[in-house]
Ligand binder design. Sequence first.
Ligand SMILES: Cc1ncc(COP(=O)(O)O)c(C=O)c1O
Length: 485
Amino acid sequence: MSSPDELQITPGMQAYIDKNNAYLAQRGNYIKNTVKKWKFDTIAVHGLYNVEDAIEDYQGAIIEPVFMSSSQAYRDSDEMECALAYQIPTWCYSRIANPSTYYLEWTLALLEGYGFDGQTSACSTSSGMAAIAAATQPFLVHTQEHVHEKRNFLATAQCYGGTFQLFSIRYMEERGIECRWIEDPSDPDEWASKIDKNTRFLYGELPSNPGQGFFDIKAVADVAHSHDLPLICDSTVATPALLRPICHGVDIVVQSATKSLTTSGFGVAGAIISRGDITTNIPNEAMKQDFCLYTKYLPNRDTGPNLHPMQAILTLNDMRTIRSKMDMLSRNTMTVAEWLQDQSMVESVEYLGLPNHPLHDLASKYMWLVDAEDDPLYRKPVNRYGHLMSFCVKGGRENTRVVFDALQRIWRATDLGRIKSVATIPAISTHQQQGEEGRKLAHIPPNLVRLCVGAEHPDDVIADLDQALNKITASSKVSMAGAKS
Ligand SMILES: Cc1ncc(COP(=O)(O)O)c(C=O)c1O
């Protein structure tokens, strides 16, 4: 961060800055020469927390400590002034930074940047929605030259209901910032045709919740960059174990860490992860150079969507086994999706892993289980598609409710990414508020059930679905057979 104009660096302050610069150089070397050489699993388990940190600063604790303290004390006024001017990487106040969130952020930055040559950084937030707001708002400022310009941005219409509401109500209705919905994100020409001189960013969710939308990341990133714009992606459903969008040209990744990153379901958390030197037409050098650090130190300092330290460590702890979990959960989901396809009362199944899904080939280009080549189980690249899928029940909303209400092992909840199987009907829950029109735009019919398959044995998940599908009465089966013939 650049220093404020009025900052007078005294010799005492300089001593602190020199000491901390030496520490930053040492940390940079450790990342470059050690951590960046580790496999994904090792980074997920250790991140930046090592024996030296533990012994020197944290009484040897082998697990990253939870720092509940609201603020940090300083040795003297020189150290305090340096810290508050962001000249030294101390944490000062937990709304801005905290040692527990620090370790989570570094692990996330390293995992999303796995296989990427450049720098990545992360900023944790109190929820996935806070992350989406933090990732998009800095691009929606009025620039000095164009105070009255009609700002706009592009976003995939197939997205989480909360995102749809943020973009269509908070930004469009309340602030007059136009959201241009992309209806077929797999067509790069649609993206290109909707950009003009007032466009600020391109936003895409992939795979989308619940509709399994997907697009060619590299092609859309090229479109964005050729107009000096950033591409922001919500990669919650994939997690870095299956997809690392920054490696394909994305500028900023959004994660609802509430979901598959923390399968336990112990709370709500979010994060943004950015590459160094993002592409943007906003004239703000600090934001361009390190978007996450900028967001953390300035906009988020002023709006306060920080993550609680306890939640940071719970999230970090869940993430240590993310690769093997996403592998198992994806395999379970594939088994369930294949079974559902053959059921007479199921109209359609949406899962990117199914070879007959129209976006299967495109998704297969990007969604790989990280390090499968080095896994003794596989020893070759392996596609994996995550554990979110959906299916439509024959017989409309009534039959859908019959099946849904009959589920015994699968939990009815507006949740996903859990170690336990969870289902919802998006039209009456996650995507209820966007109304019929909004749901049509996002391809969400009333008979669609979203299912996130957990770590139970897939046979037991199938048995539960089987008994629930069988609850559709014989009479409705007969009447539908009649309607068909
Ligand atoms: C794809 C996606 N992004 C973002 C969010 C919002 O995350 P959170 O609930 O942590 O605010 C969700 C929530 O379901 C989601 O599914």
